[in-house]
Design a protein around this ligand. Structure first.
Ligand code: ADP
Ligand code: MG
Length: 253
């Protein structure tokens, strides 16, 4: 299988705080990678680096063969790569913990905004696609609603539809169900499960262990800026080799 994301020896600090201390990770096309780990271990920073929201200090990240996170000051090629990176970013979908929908736009307009303004799609075509996506996330009847009129679970499903509208080759989820009331978690996980079944390449940061066990091809455990352990869900979740993984799992299970 081809490689979608290749993270090599990535380091990142904020001032004197070393947040990523040499991370290596490969995500294959069509696979689901679930990242687990305690708060502050660097999970969000790693996702943000993949999406170029965060520049790395050392190491390299490629997405679908194109360099994304890369750092070498004074390198003229670097400038050219920057432009390539911005282009690349439109093909990476990012779903946040807090949905981040535009409050003043209807559900339909939330979904069509980027395809129309970034991809220059005709509005009618974008709207047709948006309705298909809304149907897929079970919200066909909410096209005209505003975010505040929806539950958290519905808002997050709209956010997923919005990410899909750019036809991303890679989807990143940063704790997509952490802000939801417990009874709304399932409907969002169902949508992500459906995407996995369709072969969508995804990296999902979550504390939902049951979901990880069921959907992940690879489970990654991060602690203190490093990947401590990674492998098949049955190995990492049921037979963890490291004390830190065991300690974490005993807290979230
Ligand atoms: P996680 O998602 O695993 O909880 P984060 O990647 O959000 O971890 O954060 C890792 C560490 O980096 C934390 O100590 C956090 O406070 C710090 N951090 C994250 N972003 C910034 C930033 N922009 N400036 C300074 N510190 C940051
Ligand atoms: Mg985080």
């Amino acid at each position: 299988m081809s490689v979608m994301v290749d993270i090599r020896s990535v380091h990142k600090s904020f001032g004197s705080l070393d947040v990523l201390k040499g991370v290596d990770l490969t995500v294959r096309t069509g696979e689901v990678t679930v990242i687990l780990g305690p708060s502050g271990s660097g999970k969000s920073t790693l996702l943000r680096a993949v999406n170029h929201l965060e520049k790395v200090d050392r190491g390299a990240i490629t997405v679908d063969g194109a360099l994304v996170g890369y750092r070498r000051s004074g390198d003229r090629l670097h400038e050219l790569r920057e432009r390539e990176v911005l282009r690349q970013r439109t093909r990476i979908g990012f779903v946040f913990q807090n949905f981040n929908l535009f409050p003043h736009l209807t559900v339909l307009d939330n979904i069509t905004e980027a395809p129309v303004s970034v991809l220059k799609r005709p509005r009618k075509q974008a709207a047709e696609h948006a309705r298909l996506l809304l149907d897929r996330v079970g919200l066909a009847d909410k096209a005209g609603a505003y975010p505040r009129q929806l539950s958290g679970g519905q808002q997050q499903r709209v956010a997923i539809a919005r990410a899909l509208a750019l036809e991303p080759k890679l989807l990143l989820f940063d704790e997509p169900t952490s802000a939801l009331d417990p009874e709304l978690v399932g409907e969002v996980l169902d949508v992500i499960r459906d995407l996995a079944a369709r072969g969508t390449t995804m990296i999902v940061v979550t504390h939902e262990i049951g979901f990880a066990r069921e959907v992940a091809d690879t489970v990654v455990f991060m602690d203190d800026g490093r990947i401590v352990e990674q492998g098949a869900p049955g190995d990492v979740l049921d037979r963890p080799r490291h004390d830190r993984t065991r300690a974490f799992l005993s807290k979230v299970l």
